[in-house]
Design a protein around this ligand. Sequence first.
Ligand code: HEC
Length: 97
Amino acid sequence: MIFVVAGALLFAVPALAGSGAKLFVSKCGSCHKRGGAASPVNPADKAGVVWGKYFRRGRHDVDLADQISDAEMDEILEYLQGHAADSDRPESAAIPR
Ligand code: HEC
């Protein structure tokens, strides 16, 4: 039993490390890409605190509830805030311009 749990953790940790970034590119990038429905966006476009309020206060132009779950949005927000304009590692090329 313990081995099963340890094995699951070994797989879960690397997957979790980049899942917000992958979700950002796949979910947000489905519209926000060059030639897509919306202009490209990147974490460094806003400060961390701004990202934190952006979706929760309904600032986004399109309701995303039917395509991005709350759990996925939490992971995306963690990534956005970790690489926001005022973070240690601003990311401005996740979705190419
Ligand atoms: C169904 C398509 C769609 C998806 C998915 C989507 N967006 Fe948008 N988004 C839009 C549209 C349309 C606009 C308004 C037009 C524009 O800014 O190009 C917009 C606007 C924005 C803006 C404002 C841009 C500006 O210059 O002011 C931000 C920031 C943004 N989206 C971030 C995101 C993030 C982060 C995600 C993923 C969690 C996401 N969007 C997912 C369609 C989408």
